[in-house]
Design a binder for this molecule. Sequence first.
Ligand SMILES: [Zn+2]
Length: 87
Amino acid sequence: MDDLDGNAMGGLMQEIFGVEMTTAIETCAHCGNAAVVAETAVYLRGPGAVMRCPTCTNILMVVVRRQDMHCVDMQGIASLSPAGQTA
Ligand SMILES: [Zn+2]
C-alpha cells in the first residue's frame, strides 16, 4: 500500500524535536528491536502520521496536527536516542 519509510516523517519530527531525527535510534516497547528512524514503516493516510516497528508492526509513534499544535503519542517507543548514542 502506501507505506513509506521513516524519512517521510523526518520533516515533521524535525519540527517537533528541533533536530534531525531520521538518524536517531528508536527502541520498540513491544519487541525491543532497535532501529534507525529512517528504517521504520510510516503511514500518512490516516488522520495523523503513524510510525510502526519494522519488526513487529507495533505502533511506535502517532503524530496528529490539531490546529497549530502537534499531538505526539510515543507510548510504543521504549527509548529514542539521537544518532551516535546508545539507548
Ligand atoms: Zn517491535
